[in-house]
Ligand binder design. Structure first.
Ligand code: PRX
Length: 676
């Protein structure tokens, strides 16, 4: 084994291999009402018809001006879609629906406290509020087309309102997940070059009104230290007029949105017609190095792709009540709570809090009350709801026609509970595999065209042509059931355009590995490397095994092990840190931390607690490790590299293999005693 192979460990290597499951078929009732029942779509979206096939998605939108070039590859692999086209995302999600749907709910907001009333925001009301905020952003905050603005907001209606207001002006929004720490937010402010931060005083989580504004001060300070000044902080209030944070407002920098908005009541601003390739937003995600990557998404291509996939894969009709339980702070929320559903004039439900608050019946009460018929969540939530209330769904009278699972592999057992108990055997399930970088779904079954197989995502979606390569770049035979790196042969309109400000890293990370010719302008030479291992079964269905890099998918959220390790190293006593993924019954994978101390320090509980605290400060609570082990020494190769693979095997109670060639084999036994 080469040294590289010895020292690295990835999720895919600790993947659980499930048995092949039988197929389930969608009901005639579902098929009878589905948006896409024509198997000819795969022919229309075959490589032969690429890239023009994607006009079918772009035609779901209203354009100010049609494009002249569907796909421009002149700056490969930075693909440009619908070049020459002019469009506005906000117009497509709001204004154009007014004639037919102004009195229909665009969003129904469900606050976490059960005694707080729901808010139904009609398309007309959304139009009015988005216009007021857009006017404020232009006239009070001085934003103009192309500027970046960082949002650090939780699940409140003001989040999509603010995003759409930015889109109206052609301002690029960068929403940072509300659960991220102030420091993580500050680094993203700096990287995106935002002069404005939009936040909120607080929000509810498990019954507590959290102080969120305190993170803004830290974010601004961190950004400043990196060299980016924030001029203004706009603060929404969870209860307008009542400030819920203990952190004082900073004079001349911080402003309450509800107060400033009074000056903009009823104001309107025309949507700005922008080139299709103008960025709509940046979404940061974790990569293999410590620095998060800003995935830059386009306006025309992205919106076309999320509209098309929302229509045909989510099967959204305007009359549906659609509920995606993700957080808008992640890509799933951007694509499949806000932009995709709204482009189709859907009613999209926003839920503020945790699914199991105050009890595991909450989601099903919401579903019953709002008559939700499309439901979308991640395996982590499904596992939690199953554990906390396996029979709860039966108590409520709701009926889903369609359900989605996204973000992690779903165990067949969990899938079956989702299907039989949550879906009551009536709902079709799509297991959608994709990533922050992709804008929308890559692999899944088409709900009315294919049968479902528990634990498998399905085929490439129309217009997406996957291929599995081995490490040397040889194609693994189709349907061979052999693991390799899943790649996509062709570009697609939803794909990110680049990493914000770092084209080199974009090329290196996603395209260099399997590029056939670095100078080529032909897309055929640039397969997209997803960073996931997968197998394709004989029936053509892909099963995703997990990441092949230093990324851990925790409860459906991506965290870089290097980011966590850097946080550990900030603790004075810590000399070395290694973070490995460990299988978790509820959260799929979680990080487990091993640290070795500097000479002269002794292990104690305080150091463990400091490590956890440092991780929470650097990233947020979602990165909290399952355990922190203070070890006498790290298992190392003779050249001094930490053997993460050995640690991962110990954490996952697996076989460590032959460790006799290590520099310090005896330490493995010592660590095993600690861990087991
Ligand atoms: O490993 C894959 C896993 O989640 C990663 C992408 O994470 P993120 O960018 O945060 O986006 C999550 C939601 C789109 C992938 O590289 N993943 C995503 N969906 C699935 C999945 N693993 C298995 N099955 C899925 N359906």
């Amino acid at each position: 084994m080469s040294e590289k192979e010895v020292v690295e460990v990835s999720e895919a290597e600790i993947a659980v291999h499930w048995q092949e499951e039988g197929h389930r078929h969608p009901s005639a009732r579902f098929i009878g009402q589905a948006n896409m029942t024509d198997p000819g779509i795969y022919d229309r979206f075959s490589l032969e018809h690429f890239p023009e096939c994607f006009k079918e998605y772009a035609d779901l939108l209203t354009w100010y001006q049609y494009w002249h070039t569907t796909l421009d590859t002149s700056d490969a692999p930075c693909w440009k879609w619908f070049v020459g086209g002019k469009i506005n995302a906000c117009y497509n999600c709001v204004d154009r629906h007014l004639p037919a749907y102004k009195n229909k709910a665009a969003f129904i907001y469900v606050p976490e406290p059960e005694d707080e009333p729901h808010i139904a925001l009609t398309y007309q009301e959304l139009y009015v509020r988005v216009n007021e905020v857009a006017t404020l952003l232009r006239d009070f905050a001085g934003l103009k087309t192309g500027d970046r603005v960082t949002l650090h907001m939780p699940m409140v209606p003001e989040l999509p309102i603010t995003m759409l207001a930015c889109a109206r002006l052609g301002v690029i929004h960068s929403e940072v997940y509300g659960g991220f720490s102030g420091r993580a937010c500050g680094e993203r402010i700096w990287d995106s070059g935002s002069r404005l931060l939009i936040t909120i005083d607080g929000y509810y989580r498990s019954g507590n009104l959290l102080d969120h504004k305190e993170k803004a001060d830290e974010a601004v300070a961190v950004a400043k230290k990196e060299g980016q000044t924030v001029d203004k902080v706009l603060v929404w209030r969870r209860h307008p007029g009542k400030y819920a944070s203990a952190t004082p407002m900073v004079q001349g920098r911080d402003y309450f949105m509800d107060e400033v908005l009074k000056g903009y009541a009823g104001k309107k601003v025309d949507p700005v017609s922008v080139p299709a390739e103008d960025p709509l937003f940046i979404m940061y995600t974790s990569g293999t190095t410590g620095r998060p990557k800003g995935c830059q998404h386009s306006t025309g291509g992205y919106l076309s792709y999320v509209a098309g996939t929302s229509k045909y894969i989510q099967d959204i009709h305007p009359k549906d009540v659609y509920w995606c339980l993700a957080d808008i702070g992640w890509i799933t929320g951007h694509s499949y709570i806000v932009y995709g559903p709204l482009a189709l004039a859907a009613t999209s439900v926003l839920y503020e809090g945790v699914p199991t608050y105050p009890d595991a019946g909450r989601p099903w009460r919401i579903a019953e009350r709002l008559d939700v018929n499309i439901f979308h969540t991640a395996p982590t939530s499904i596992r939690m709801l199953r554990k906390a209330g396996p029979d709860e769904p039966k108590k409520y009278n709701y009926h889903f026609k369609h359900m989605t699972t996204v973000g992690e592999p779903i165990e067949p057992e969990v899938w079956k509970w989702y299907y039989q108990v949550v879906g009551k055997g009536e709902a079709v399930i799509v297991d959608t595999w994709w990533q922050t970088e992709n804008g929308g779904f890559l692999c899944t079954t088409m709900p009315a065209l294919h049968s479902m197989k528990p634990g498998s995502a399905g085929l490439g979606v129309p217009g997406i042509h996957p291929v599995i390569y081995d490490e040397e770049g040889n194609e693994i035979a189709k349907g061979a059931g052999k693991a390799g790196n899943i790649c996509i042969q062709n570009p697609w309109p939803g794909a990110f355009q680049t990493i914000w400000g770092d084209r080199e890293r974009y090329v290196a990370q996603y395209y260099a590995k399997y590029c056939k010719d670095q100078n080529s302008k032909d897309w055929r030479d640039w397969p997209y490397f997803a960073g996931d291992a997968a197998v394709q079964a004989a029936d053509g269905y892909y099963r995703i095994l997990g990441r092949v890099d230093d990324v851990i998918n925790v409860a459906g959220h991506r965290l870089g092990t290097k980011e966590i390790e850097s946080a550990c190293l900030l603790v004075t006593e810590v000399a070395e840190a290694a973070v490995v993924p460990v299988v978790d019954e509820l959260r799929g994978r979680v990080p487990e931390v091993y640290v070795a101390l500097r000479p002269g320090y002794k292990a104690d509980k305080k150091i463990e607690a400091d490590v956890v605290k440092s991780i929470e400060t650097a990233i947020g609570k979602i990165a909290r490790p399952k355990h922190v082990y203070i070890v006498p020494d790290m298992p190392k190769t003779r050249s001094g590299k930490i053997m993460r693979r050995v640690l991962a095997s110990l954490s996952n109670k697996g076989d460590v293999g032959d460790v006799t060639t290590l520099a310090n084999p005896e330490v493995v036994e010592e660590i095993r005693k600690m861990v087991h």
